[in-house]
Design a protein around this ligand. Structure first.
Ligand SMILES: CC(C)(COP(=O)(O)OP(=O)(O)OC[C@H]1O[C@@H](n2cnc3c(N)ncnc32)[C@H](O)[C@@H]1OP(=O)(O)O)[C@@H](O)C(=O)NCCC(=O)NCCS
Length: 265
């Protein structure tokens, strides 16, 4: 048996082992091989990628098209994927042509590793435009990682996050846009919360919070000006409306800061 074939079979075995190790519902190897769409998708991708690397025309895209039809997982044949890769559930996963994925990476359903800019896309042809995920990264359900950014070793991307900037290794990133909320010590595994005043929070501002803060300031300013005019029936009505508006914005700021009980429920 050729060395390449032996290596290929070892990679397939490692893909099965990744499912056994990371899917609590996996019961036996036979069941995993027969019923795991993520496994079927990565195996078909490994064939498509080998054809693509050998510059075989059309066939690689056809293989990936059939894989998408069977599994709901779309992996461009050009994507480079390491060993021990696992996609749990799978449906709706999209992995672009220039994505690079290290060893022992896990993705959940609905994850996109896509491009950031969607205008003049033809000019991006042949350039690196999809993310790189280093070893041990986990991207959870529905997260979108966009652009030629790097997600560092053993980082976790939280459900529904949209990440457009590099992610440091051994951290958890959540939200839209993604911001670091947890850092883990690579040696001890101990986790530490990253507080909002950290340099990371400054690097990744929350635009929604900024808009709410501006609105809040504006309402306070108008409130002060109306108080000066105080007197006529119209201005009293206005004062009441602005008071209501101010209360609503204050509540929104509280929720967005995570400082109110509503925001935490
Ligand atoms: C990110 C995740 C993996 C937790 O990672 P973690 O490193 O243990 O982070 P923590 O649980 O300590 O969360 C840290 C903070 O981020 C918040 N957070 C966690 N996940 C979040 C998310 N997806 N979106 C927004 N905020 C999130 C937590 O509420 C917590 O905030 P707090 O300090 O105000 O309480 C988890 O929350 C997650 O997203 N799981 C999805 C798993 C999945 O895909 N399941 C589907 C399987 S079918």
């Amino acid at each position: 048996m050729g060395r390449n074939l032996r290596r290929f079979l070892r990679t397939l075995r490692e893909d099965v082992q990744a499912v056994i190790d990371r899917d609590p519902a996996a019961r036996s190897r036979v069941e995993v091989v027969l019923t795991t769409p993520g496994l079927h998708a990565i195996w078909m991708h490994r064939v498509a990628h080998a054809l693509f690397s050998n510059r075989v025309p059309i066939l690689p895209r056809l293989v990936s098209h059939v894989a998408r039809f069977l599994t709901g997982i779309e992996i461009h044949p050009g994507a480079r994927i390491g060993r021990g890769f696992f996609i749990d559930h799978g449906m709706g996963v999209v992995i672009g042509e220039t994505a690079e994925i290290g060893n022992n990476v896990t993705l959940y359903q609905g994850v996109t590793l896509g491009i950031y800019h969607t205008s003049n896309v033809t000019q991006l042809r042949g350039t690196k435009r999809h993310p790189t995920l280093r070893d041990g990264v986990t991207v959870t359900v529905g997260a979108k990682i966009l652009g030629a950014i790097t997600v560092g070793e053993h980082a976790i991307v939280g459900a529904g996050s949209v990440v457009t900037k590099d992610v440091p290794p051994h951290t958890t990133v959540v939200g839209v846009p993604g911001r670091v909320v947890v850092e883990r010590d690579p040696t001890t595994g101990l986790a530490r919360r990253v507080d909002r005043a950290s340099p990371w929070s400054v690097d990744l501002p929350d635009p929604v919070l900024e808009v709410i803060r501006c609105l809040h300031e504006k309402v306070l300013e108008l409130d002060a000006r109306i108080s000066v005019l105080d007197g006529g029936a119209d201005s009293k009505e206005l004062v009441r409306e602005i008071g209501d508006l101010r209360d609503q914005v204050s509540r929104l700021v509280g929720i967005s800061d995570g400082s109110s009980e509503v925001g935490r429920s």
